[in-house]
Design a protein around this ligand. Structure first.
Ligand code: TYD
Length: 210
């Protein structure tokens, strides 16, 4: 098996990407592969500021949030010694729960922001070796989330109309990646969880063996 691959899981809030990343990580580890599971926003300083905005504890202009996500991403990639690029060089399989497609989908659907600008500020972020979009209707995804938290606990983007727009942008951006020759795929995340996890593992294994 070839190592040193960058795998990304994407999708709307409640699509199950966090659990899927963890499950994928332990499955790969049990095959003796060097794996690093990570996520965006990160736990770095830019990520910390982003989380305050997501929890509505600070108010930031949507364009400033977009720049913070892009900054957090470049820090995630380039952090000396521990960044994604350094880990890939050490032959790790890096699995990220969210990456730049999340910025395309969430930030370009904010008022006054164009997708072209979001792409521009994320241009320096390396393309993943595989992007898996875990597609799910927002109603189903929000039901999962609401059952876990109160309405007041809902984060900045966790309302249905937003998630609907985000979903459409995820779908079109994934199609665009495929059209440009990148490895990307949309899967149905509404299936039973074990089936989704099996499908993710198959796709990743195929990419690693390619
Ligand atoms: P999420 O993965 O849901 O984190 P948590 O499980 O801790 O809530 O991500 C937090 C939110 O950040 C989610 O609503 C999506 C949003 N987000 C963006 O708007 N742009 C981005 O570039 C990224 C990575 C996430």
């Amino acid at each position: 098996m070839m190592t040193g691959s960058f795998i990304v899981l994407e999708g709307i809030d409640g699509c199950g990407s966090t659990t899927a990343a963890k499950v994928l990580g332990s499955q790969l580890q049990s095959h003796g592969v060097k794996v690093h599971i990570t996520n965006e926003p990160t736990d770095g300083p830019a990520g910390a500021l982003i989380r305050l905005a997501l929890k509505k504890r600070v108010t930031l202009a949507p364009k400033a949030i977009a720049l913070l996500f892009a900054a957090d991403r470049l820090d995630h990639l380039n952090r000396p010694g521990t960044g994604i690029l350094a880990l890939l060089e050490q032959d790790y399989i890096v699995v990220s729960d969210r990456y730049k497609l999340s910025s395309y989908a969430y930030q370009s659907t904010e008022p006054g922001i164009e997708l072209a600008w979001i792409k521009e500020i994320n241009r320096q972020a390396r393309e993943p070796d595989l992007t898996i979009l875990m597609d799910l209707p927002p109603k189903q995804a929000l039901e999962r989330k609401v059952s876990q938290q109160t309405a007041e606990g809902m984060e900045l983007y966790e309302y249905q109309e937003k998630q609907e727009a985000v979903r459409q942008c995820f779908l079109s951006s994934t199609k665009e990646l495929i059209d440009k020759g990148h490895k990307a795929i949309t899967i149905d995340a509404g299936k039973p969880m074990n089936e989704v996890h099996e499908e993710v593992l198959k796709l990743v294994t195929a990419t690693l063996e390619a």
